[in-house]
Design a protein around this ligand. Structure first.
Ligand SMILES: [Fe+2]
Length: 434
């Protein structure tokens, strides 16, 4: 099946490019931070974290290790729970004034994404913040070829940002999130200590777990890279290049992990095996989608966080409105995969199998339904909100949600089906509750 999916197409891509950082995984490996920073020639480090983690043992371990390596360190923790332009402007000032020769980030996706973007905005400041974003939002300004070396240490099991060349930022004036994607944003090294996941509240494990699950599911079902137009200039080849044999490899394993361990990891903080596996799965999913792109799951999540009002989520210390990223993705996911299955039924069938869906007596024509049913079951077992109504939306907001998400053009074009505005409205309408 895989071979057919990647059959050559006229004028389609023939070459794929994969980028991942040097990668370490293991309990206690945060003690290696100093040696690893020294290995990149760092002598003065800007350490990015957030206010909640600043006093944590994880940050203490990393600081101690960096100190023992004879490296100076200054800490920046003025990061909101969602990486935004204001955090990046503060972070860029920190980098510009700090005289650093390296950056270490300790935190979730917001911290790592802020660290990436802060280096960019410090080292080559644009006139307008939006210049680096792709048109029509920004000017598609070229990024410098090199930032500072970056050692990324994730403390949650979802984003995969330690393994991606992507920084997702909320633009506060526009009340919505947009994506910076460029190979220069890839950390040089990732240091992943799964012990960091031990203290996460259940709803954080659920949200980040659904994020990793959807990263894997979206890249496994994305349009084949051979169906994207050929890009002869290797330096211009986009990260969102479609499903490919590499992303398949990592996504399959990440889906298998989510199918086996998501429910256990959410519902039992003492289940070390499950939480360790989710941490590993999050990195794998990052290595996958960072080299393929996501599609409708993530594209449609941006409308949800754009238009959310008066909603909060248990387990997160933040005032309304707030929907954690993974929840903003999963609430529409069953409806999305019912819709996309028609274009790639075998892929959806395989993905449902990796997630341990009940496929007894089912054929590929049932794959959308089987996959949706499995996602809904996982949502129920982990206490996730029931669809868009579960996070405060009603049917009268469908048009506004669709208009907002339609701006994520490249991700939408990475879906296996050609998707127009009416399709997106229909997907949202069918995602109100399950
Ligand atoms: Fe995500």
């Amino acid at each position: 099946m895989g071979c057919q999916y990647f059959d050559p197409c006229e004028n389609g891509a023939e070459t794929l490019t994969i980028a991942i950082p040097k990668y370490s995984f293991g309990r206690g490996c945060l003690h290696e931070a100093g040696a690893r920073a020294a290995g990149h020639g760092m002598s003065r480090v800007g350490l990015f974290t957030d206010p909640g983690l600043r006093g944590s043992e994880y940050v203490a371990t990393v600081m101690e290790s960096i100190g023992e390596a004879g490296i100076d360190v200054d800490v920046f923790d003025e990061i909101t729970i969602e990486a935004d332009d204001a955090s990046v402007e503060r972070g860029a000032r920190f980098v510009a004034e700090g005289g650093f020769d390296g950056v270490v980030s300790v935190g979730g996706g917001s911290v790592m994404d802020t660290a990436k973007a802060s280096m960019l905005y410090a080292l080559d400041p644009p006139d307008d913040f939006l210049d680096y974003f792709a048109p029509p939002l920004g000017a598609g300004r070229p990024m410098p070829r090199r930032l500072l070396p970056h050692l990324a240490c994730p403390t949650t099991s979802g984003t995969g940002s330690e393994c991606t060349s992507i920084s997702v930022l909320r633009i506060n004036d526009l009340e919505t999130k947009f994506v910076l994607a460029n190979p220069v944003l890839l950390p040089q090294e990732a240091l992943v200590d799964p012990a960091c996941a031990e203290t996460l509240p259940a709803m954080v494990v659920a949200s980040t777990g659904f994020d990793l699950l959807c990263h894997a599911l979206e890249c496994y079902t994305a349009k084949a890279y051979t169906r994207w137009e050929r890009q002869p200039d290797p330096l211009k080849r986009p990260l969102i290049q479609g499903a490919n044999p590499w992303s398949d490899l990592a996504a399959r394993e990440a889906l298998t992990i989510a199918g086996e361990y998501l429910e256990r990891g959410v519902n039992d903080a003492a289940d070390r095996e499950a939480r360790d596996k989710l941490m590993w799965g999050a990195s794998l999913a990052g290595m996958a989608f960072g080299n393929s792109g996501t599609h409708l799951g993530h594209a449609l999540s941006y409308g949800v966080t754009h238009l959310m009002r008066d909603v909060t989520t248990e387990g997160y210390e933040i005032g309304p409105p707030f929907i954690p990223h993974g929840i903003s993705v999963i609430v529409s996911a069953p409806s999305i995969f019912r819709y996309t299955a028609a274009a790639a039924p075998e892929r959806h069938f395989e993905a449902a199998g990796f997630l341990q869906a009940d496929l007894k007596g089912a054929g590929t024509e049932d794959s959308g339904e089987a996959l949706a049913a499995r996602l809904i079951a996982l949502m129920r077992k982990t206490g996730a909100p029931n669809g868009l109504q579960g996070v405060g939306f009603g049917p009268d907001q469908v048009a506004a949600l669709a208009a907002s998400s339609a701006r994520q053009a490249r991700a939408i074009a990475n879906a296996p089906r050609e998707t127009n505005l009416v399709d997106i409205e229909n997907i949202y309408a069918a995602a109100m509750s399950y």
